[in-house]
Each structure stands twice: as structure tokens, then as C-alpha cells.
Design a protein around this ligand. Sequence first.
Ligand code: SAH
Ligand code: SF4
Ligand code: F3S
Length: 479
Amino acid sequence: MSERKEIKIDDAELAKQKDIMLHLKENNNMEYQKNGKYKNYFIITFGCQQNVSDSEKLMGMLDEMGYQKTEKREEADVVIINTCCVRENAELKLYGNIGAFKQLKHDKPGMLLCICGCMMEQEHAVATIKKKYRHVDLVFGTHNLYKFPELLERSMNEIYTLIDIMNTEGIIVEDIPVRREDKFKAWVTIMYGCNNFCSYCIVPHVRGRERSRNPKDIINEIKQLAADGCKEITLLGQNVNSYGKDLDLEIDFADLIKMVNDIEGVERIRFMTSHPKDISDKLIETMGQCKKVCEQLHLPFQAGSNRVLKEMNRKYTKEEYLQKIEKVKKQLPCVALSTDVIVGFPGETDEDFEETMEVIRKVGFDQVFTFIYSRRTGTPAAEMENQLDEKQKHKNFEKLVKLQNDIGKTINDDYLNKTIEVLVEGPSKSDETKFTGRSRTGKVVNFSGQGDIIGQLVRVKITKIFSWFLNGEMVDELV
Ligand code: SAH
Ligand code: SF4
Ligand code: F3S
């Protein structure tokens, strides 16, 4: 196997982080012996699964350093806010949160407030924090997460906000400790970054170019998860279909799926996100052949009008999208489809919007994530002159949501009286006498059952349909 092309963080740098973690752990243990209390951390995560995955690493490092997780912000010694900037409302939420911590820090001197994530990769956001929110102790970005122990230690001794944003974006750092909240299902990042530069989107600007992890590292991680009892793996990346293109290896995403399918103990495979331009026939066939691949696909189409798709730089047409969907349905007749749609892209006319509605009617998605277009500084679409007014955008948004609610309900109704496979995740949150889990198609199922079934696959007969979940009864032994 040849080496990957990107810059490597050298072993000495990683050893340094490990030393600092050890050192902080000793300090924290000493504190505990002195006053019988562990130091706590509190973490808020905005944005997509990529950020959730980064937060799992930050928590892994904090656990390693002898901190304990708390759900009460006022008890925290270290607070982390992991930010998102994909739409404006995500940014506004952040500023509200930072403001609220001013009083808490005042009441608990020594509390460290750390802000990280995608939004911190934008100069204007960092400048705002520097100017208006001086009570922030540490700011870091998405590319230097591995350096968190060192930054945390340094910020303890700084009076001013410590800011460390790394410009190199070509790195992958393995072996960072991870704290996973779920025992039976796990998200595994297979690649970072995005090369697509859709004209509305900030993600490639804050997450850097595509870099695939080495397949050996991915497979080893999944084997370990399976050995620890994990049954369901979701392979994660902004565009998983281009996995491997940047490696000097003969491997693509379909090959990777086959390798994961062969791992003993893994029972279910999911992945996201797929880009319609890159979803290949080979991948669709592999989905049909590999029995562990769940009947579920998230394939964002964003807009139905070919003119808008071109302006968005999506590189496919409505017709091509619909053809791919047909192929998927042929391979996996019971597939649950979901998508993302943007309403109100600059210059979108009523006719354009009608084409989006048409795609939704034609495909029959289980779920549509609808977003009102948000102007992102630094993206080409933000410079377009024909921005729409908010009223128009909201009107269309509501039309679309209503249409999808009706379609989603009809699809769910089909589950009534059917018996399906459920991976049991634990007791139901709303009713302690019941269990909860998910179907292969990703539906939440609450059901009555008995025995030691948490973490197992069971059969459940669906008895009642709700908008966001299904109710049922376990019908026989394990699958
Ligand atoms: N890489 C994934 C997800 C990207 S972000 C993909 O390409 O599908 C998730 C969703 O946010 C996108 O699919 C898009 O629908 C939405 N989005 C991105 N930028 C946006 C913007 N400026 N305004 C509104 N929605 C946006
Ligand atoms: Fe953004 Fe497009 Fe990349 Fe998705 S594929 S992250 S929408 S640029
Ligand atoms: Fe947001 Fe960053 Fe994800 S901008 S949507 S958290 S990649």
C-alpha cells in the first residue's frame, strides 16, 4: 500500500498531546483526593453528524484527562460549544449561548469556556468573539481538534482569549480517544471535507478538501466496535460516494461497503451523505447484494428545476436524479428514501418551486429535510443579485412541508400489521414499560416485549402508526 498524499502530524506531536492528557489527569486526580470532587465538563453540539462525531472525540479526550461529563452547565469546569454555520439560525443560537455563560462564569470563577467547530473557521466569527465576548477562554477550529489537550492546558494560564485556528487542512489524525454514547450503534467517519462547492454552501470552506481515511484504519475501528457489541454502523462523510478518490489505492465506496459487510458481528450498515452525481451503478448493486446494508438512503436533491440546479453547481439534472432513484428502488424495493431540499434559492421562481414539489410527489420520500435558503458570506450564491424576500420563501416552505406531511403519513400507514426487524436500543423514553429501537428503514419503533433483549434484533408486529414513530408488539424470539 502506498502512502496517502496529505500532510501527516508527526508522532512527536501526538505523543506531546498524550503526555499533556496524562499530566492533566494526574492533576485532576490530585484535586479529587483533596476535596472529593471530580472536575466536570459540559458540551453543546450544534450542526450535523460530523460535529457530533468531533464532539465524541473531544469528550473522549476529556474523559482521558480525568474530567467527568455533566448535564448541568452550572457545575461545569470546562464548557465546550461546538459550532455550525451552515445556516444563519445556527449562528444566532451560538451568540445567545455565549452570552448566557457570562453570568455562569462570574458565579464560578475558573470555569473555562471553549468555542470550536465550523463557525470558528470563519474569520468574521472569530473577530466577533474577540471583540464582543471577551469572557471566552479558548477558540479553535475543525482542523486542530487533536491539539485540544495542549490548548486547554495553555488557556488555563491565559488572561485573554486563546485563539488557535490552523490553516493547513489536509490532515487526518488517527488514535484520538472517542466517547460513544450508544453501545449498539456507532457513526464511523470514513472521510473528511468536501470538494463539491455547491454555490450556496459554506461546508467546503470550513471543513477543507476531501480526505479519505485509510481503509485499514476504518476496518480496524469497526472490528473493535463489533467486538465490543456494536451491531449497527453508519459510515459518515459529506459525500461518501467519493470515498477513496484521493487515496493511491484501488478502492471505492462500494468496495469499502463490501469489506464492512464481511465483518463478523456487524448486523446493519448505513451511510450518509450521498451525492446524486456520484452514486454509481456499482454502489447501487452493492447495496442490493450486501445483506447488511439497510433499506435506507439519504439522497439530497436540493431543487427540482434544472436551471436552479445549475446555478447551485450540483452537476446533475432532475431527470438524472429521478433515474438514479428508479435504479435504487429496483435493487431495494422496500427502500426508505430521504432528502434535503432548499427553498428560496436566489432567483427561484414559482415555476422552479413547482418542479421541486413535482419531484417530491414523484419519488415518495419517507422524510424531506426542508431548509429555507440562508445567505452565507463567502459563497457565490451570496453574491447573486436576485435574492428572494423572506415572505415568499416562508410561503413556499410551508407548502412543501404540508405536501410532505401527507406523503410521509401514507408511507407510514403501510407498516400497519406488518412484522419487521427492530434493533432494540433500550427502554422507551415515553413509556418505561416498553422498549424502543429502529427498523432497518430507520423508523423509531416502541413496543412491548420481554426478556434480556437490549442490543438484540427482534421481530415486532406493528399495531399503531404515529407521525414520528410506530407502536408494536414483539412477536417471537430473536431474529
Ligand atoms: N454534504 C451533505 C450535507 C450538507 S449540509 C450534502 O451535500 O447533502 C446539509 C444540508 O444543508 C444540505 O443538504 C442543504 O440542503 C442545506 N444547506 C446547505 N447550505 C445551505 C444554505 N446556505 N441555506 C440553506 N440550506 C443549506
Ligand atoms: Fe455542501 Fe454541496 Fe458539499 Fe454537501 S456536497 S457539503 S451541500 S458543498
Ligand atoms: Fe454545520 Fe459544519 Fe456540519 S457547518 S452542517 S456542522 S459540517
